[in-house]
Design a protein around this ligand. Structure first.
Ligand SMILES: [Zn+2]
Length: 239
């Protein structure tokens, strides 16, 4: 804060600069942001037309001396036009627009057109490597189900690759489940193979505790030995 000038001598001093150093720095930042944003809004994108034109940007520069004021007005104008554009596309606009502002915005779009930006240009096919590029395209044509639409904005070949990867993942899981089933079956078979000779006189043997006892289920045997923790030995045959 500067010292107040003595009363009555005001006219004798040169006029004070309007902004302090800190404020001037902030103003430069605000102005830079204004220039950046106004340039952005003056260009149409693939989703919305230009929201402001050069003549208006010049008017904002002339009318408002502070960067913050320019930014504020720019944001207001941009929000109103964006909201009117969203409404016209059937979207829910974020900004509520008064009837007067809507009429002004509609006039603006009528005057300056509502052309969207052209879609990004695509490089022409490279004649030097046609074979590689043609392969996935051909595969896509025959194997992609037309019933599943490609999500907007995604490269179709990427979608196809993802689908293939998912399918082979599911296949791998199926194979491993089958392998586990086979292993269990083989173990059961091995047990059955050792079991037939078993009878009351010749019971199968627990590999730890010796002779097993016939269980209630015909042809099945269990080890009657109790372990240190009070539970039964878990060795079984034909179960
Ligand atoms: Zn046992």
């Amino acid at each position: 804060m500067r010292d107040a000038q003595p009363a009555g001598h005001k006219g004798a001093f040169p006029p004070e600069p309007a902004l302090s150093d800190v404020s001037a720095r902030q103003d430069r930042l605000d102005n830079a942001e204004f220039e950046k944003q106004s340039l952005e809004y003056s260009k149409p994108t693939t989703r919305r037309p230009a929201l402001i034109v050069d003549a208006e940007i010049s008017t904002l520069r002339r009318t408002y001396s502070l960067g913050s004021s320019r930014l504020e007005m720019l944001t207001k104008v941009k929000n109103i036009r964006e909201a009117v554009w969203q409404e016209s596309q059937g979207e829910e606009p974020l900004t509520v627009v008064s009837a007067t502002d809507r009429a002004k915005a509609e006039t603006f779009f009528k005057e300056h057109g509502t052309r969207l930006a052209d879609p990004p240009r695509q490089a022409p096919p490279n004649p030097l490597k046609p074979a590689r590029a043609a392969e996935p395209a051909a595969a896509k044509d025959t194997s992609t189900h037309t019933s599943t639409p490609t999500p907007a904005g995604l490269d179709p070949s990427l979608v196809l690759l993802t689908r293939i990867a998912k399918a082979s993942e599911a296949q791998a899981a199926q194979m491993s489940a089958l392998a586990n089933e086979l292993k269990a079956l083989r173990e059961q078979l091995a047990q059955v193979a050792t079991a037939p000779a078993a009878s009351a006189d010749n019971p199968p043997k627990c590999k730890y505790h010796g002779a097993m006892k016939p269980s209630k289920k015909p042809g099945a045997w269990y080890c009657p030995k109790k372990l240190a923790d009070g539970s039964y030995c878990d060795q079984k045959v034909g179960e």
